[in-house]
Design a protein around this ligand. Sequence first.
Ligand code: ZN
Length: 372
Amino acid sequence: MLRGLKLFSKTSGLCPNASKSAVYCHGMLESDVNRVLETSSYTRSYLPFRYLGIPIFSKKISAAECTSILEKMTGKIRLWSTRNLSYMGRATLINSVLISIHSYWAQLMILPKKLLRDVEALCRSFLWKGSSDTHSHGLIAWDHLCLSKTAGGLGFRRILDWNEAAIGKYVWDIAKKKDNLFVKWINSVYIANRSWWDYSCPLDCSWYWKRIVAVKERFKHKVSLGSFLSQQYSIKRGLELMSVPGSKVSWNKFVWDRLITPKHRFIMWLVMWERLNTKDRIIKYNSSLDSICLLCGEADECIEHLFFQCLYSRKCLSAIKNWLNWHTQSINLVRLLKWISHAKASSIYKSMLMTILAATVYHIWRARNDVL
Ligand SMILES: [Zn+2]
């Protein structure tokens, strides 16, 4: 080891400063440790230590050691909670900022499942409540939010899969027999002359190595070694290989049309999932509530009634139809959307109709909430 260090100093011209260097030992006999310390003249230090902000352990990292990730996320949420953000604004922040906070760590190691569940819970609280304090369930299950937009989700990153896809890079490096120290070490200590694709790890090996082998098994069930190595590895490709794409929903184009205002899209998306918090849903867990529509006071409130059987919303729709010269008798949102998709009209005209319909739905929902 010392010879290696000397060779490194000779070739690179960099000399280790003994007062700033330490020896870290794990799984060694105390007598061997003392011999190393005597010959090297370095002092002994103990794990964990931090390297580029990441704690280095010899054992599995605990969720408690990763709390700084959650603290960073909570800090951001606290800052944002003072602003009046729409659901769509929050969804964008989750996908672009919050989830990426854990990316740096997730690319280097398999993170504890508890931490990943806590990260998801924080994102969920922020999406539905705008804060980090509540741990309530949302209107739609997190798993569904992680589906692609064409499959009815919001395209959120499934962080557990993402973590494994990031670690997939090591699986690929080993399979490719990349010329780096890590791969050489793995080959000499664990794999030796065996085939990596058929390799199974010994019971007494380290937790990290077991996890890398488990990620390899996940890939092995999906692809052959040849097609796994046929392209350069990227996390995106790893995710594609790992996950099962959800089936396409028929309404994705009604919701995600680019002309529609983002916050209107989100309400339309909830309507399509039939998860808008209308009274017929709330009454299931709050039986003291009456079911009467807040806008007309004449019928029970449900999505079908609000869009557009309700007297109030029927008037809104009728005014819109007159304004657009839109000749259809339908007063049912789903049928109106079908009418648009089957209409013999240009795509820009259809987009415009959907945009106006989405805005109408949004404003009726707002009018209803203003009465509350
Ligand atoms: Zn009504």
